[in-house]
Design a protein around this ligand. Structure first.
Ligand SMILES: Cc1cc2nc3c(=O)[nH]c(=O)nc-3n(C[C@H](O)[C@H](O)[C@H](O)COP(=O)(O)OP(=O)(O)OC[C@H]3O[C@@H](n4cnc5c(N)ncnc54)[C@H](O)[C@@H]3O)c2cc1C
Length: 286
């Protein structure tokens, strides 16, 4: 199927894009990598009157270390993330998640900002952003706004971005020496959207867990913070008994709806198994 007719505007600067966005409001959609939006338009799930192409705006494709954070521009592609040695070193959880995002052709065009703006509940980056307590930078003609990941994801395909705002960058805290990370996902085929996925960021001091952040994808309307499972790990040595207690605590954190791939019970079972697989190697990780 072909998309409905639309007007097209290629912005050559952020200011131009913001001005156009403000003028057209809800009738406009931003076009970044187009890997989700164009398919949605062809399926008539989206029918913007005008597409504002932001893909060539300069200054939004950088990966920069700034003090204790990595600031990653919204137009950075999945491929750029995969190829970045700095991301691998400084934001290992993000680096571990990228290979699970779609396929090569899609990774060449799709962007970090596009994924976080779409907020698909089965996408990898939202759960990574929530686990790492990343900060979204939203820009409008009114100025720049910083939004904590915990406040940013607001439900099924819903974010805190206002109609006139563009997500311009994301700041991820740089990993500290005591931190250990694991990202695991189950999908029917490599590159498909996840049936279940988990992102873990564990902080150890003196061989004890001093902080644990665990989030799930494809288990709710957005990324799900597993606070009971996290609490069960704090103060432990991340031994088998602690991991088991954490897996049991998941019953208080997860209440997924069933989908075409699995029943709620199957998804919860897979989530428990996957979290166990993710946590077990972290005990001995350097
Ligand atoms: C076959 C297939 C498999 C896929 N598998 C996965 C997968 O396993 N995991 C996964 O995470 N994704 C997957 N994707 C989606 C892919 O990752 C997309 O690249 C991503 O979701 C959207 O990024 P984009 O740059 O293409 O955004 P676009 O498609 O251009 O835009 C998506 C939406 O975000 C808005 N938007 C884009 N950029 C911004 C911005 N900077 N500020 C505000 N709003 C913005 C657009 O207006 C639009 O509403 C898959 C896609 C396909 C086609």
């Amino acid at each position: 199927m072909k998309s409905p007719d639309f007007d097209y505007f290629r912005a050559s600067s952020l200011q131009e894009a913001l001005t156009c966005l403000q003028a057209h409001g809800a009738n406009a959609q931003l076009l970044a990598g187009g890997q989700s939006l164009l398919a949605m338009m062809n399926l008539r799930m989206a029918s913007p009157q005008i597409l504002i192409d932001i893909s060539r705006i300069p200054g939004l494709s950088q990966i920069e270390r700034q003090g204790s954070v990595m600031r990653i521009g919204a137009l950075v592609t999945h491929r750029q993330l995969l190829d970045s040695a700095e991301v691998a070193t400084c934001v290992p959880l993000l680096a571990q998640a990228v290979p699970y995002v779609a396929h090569l052709a899609i990774r060449n065009a799709g962007t970090l900002g596009g994924s976080l703006a779409l907020a698909d509940p089965a996408a990898e980056y939202p759960s990574v952003a929530l686990a790492l307590q990343a900060t979204m930078i939203a820009t409008s003609l009114r100025g720049e706004r910083r939004i904590a990941a915990a406040d940013y994801f607001q439900g099924l395909y819903q974010t805190a971005l206002a109609e006139d705002e563009i997500l311009t960058a994301v700041e991820f805290p740089i990993a500290t020496p005591g931190q250990r990370f694991s990202f695991q996902e189950l999908a029917r085929r490599r590159g498909d959207y996840a049936m279940v996925g988990v992102a873990c960021a564990i902080t150890m001091s003196d061989d004890r867990v001093s902080d644990a952040r665990i989030t799930f994808l494809a288990m709710g309307d957005g990324p799900v913070l597993a606070s009971h499972a996290m609490k069960a790990l704090v103060g432990t040595s991340l031994d088998a008994a602690a991991i088991q207690a954490s897996q049991q605590a998941l019953s208080h954190d997860l209440a997924p709806a069933g989908d075409l791939q699995a029943t709620p019970e199957t998804k919860c079972h897979l989530a428990r198994v996957l979290m166990g697989r993710a946590l077990a190697p972290l005990r001995s990780a350097a």
